[in-house]
Design a binder for this molecule. Structure first.
Ligand code: IMP
Length: 174
């Protein structure tokens, strides 16, 4: 079986929306110091662009999670593969996620991070698939709502492939 990727969101569309999100975050946090928590691995491309669109003093940290196996269904079990490098007590935290699908990953991460007593926790996700939501999670900054299709590219993978595509597309098997 061969695969082809059908474009869902092209580079220019993504770049425009990321710039808007950066401007919105900059305006809303106005002069506050941010801790941007980048959820690995899927958010690394989005976060690289988003952080450069935020004009605030900030530091970045990384949290590695695994919620999928090799397939396309969330297991609902969130495994931490890499923890933050520093405490976040009394900090304004912005979680950067690639996609909120069932919502289980973000819900779990918010519970985990709140135990560390940050001053605030907000979520920025590039994509959201509301059709598959199993828990309601607040997404404070959202790039795009998408239909229920498995997407790859711009950091998102299918069995670790396609993360390097500069656009977001749907895998079609022929
Ligand atoms: P959730 O826990 O179901 O919300 O899933 C969150 C994680 O599953 C995301 O951070 C992605 O890593 C992965 N994921 C969910 N949907 C997709 C998709 O369409 N393509 C690639 N990864 C996805």
């Amino acid at each position: 079986m061969t695969e082809r990727i059908v474009t869902m969101l092209d580079q220019a569309t993504i770049a425009k929306r990321v710039a808007e999100l950066g401007a919105q975050i900059t305006a809303e946090y106005k002069d506050r110091h941010l801790v941007v928590i980048i959820i690995l691995k899927g958010s690394f491309v989005f976060a690289a662009d988003l952080t450069r669109a935020i004009d605030l003093p900030l530091r970045v940290d990384f949290l590695g999670v695994r919620s999928y196996g090799e397939g396309t269904e969330s297991s609902g079990v969130v495994q931490i593969t890499q923890d933050l490098s520093r405490p976040i007590a009394d900090e304004d935290v912005l979680i950067v996620e690639d996609i909120v699908d069932t919502g289980l990953t973000i819900a779990h991460l918010m519970d985990l991070l709140r135990t560390r007593q940050p001053r605030s926790v907000k979520v920025c996700s590039l994509l959201h698939k509301p059709a598959r939501a199993r828990v309601v999670v607040p997404i404070d900054y959202l790039g795009f709502v998408i239909e229920d299709k498995f997407v790859v590219g711009y950091g998102l993978d299918f069995a670790e492939r396609y993360r390097n595509l500069p656009y977001i597309g749907v895998v079609e098997r022929m």
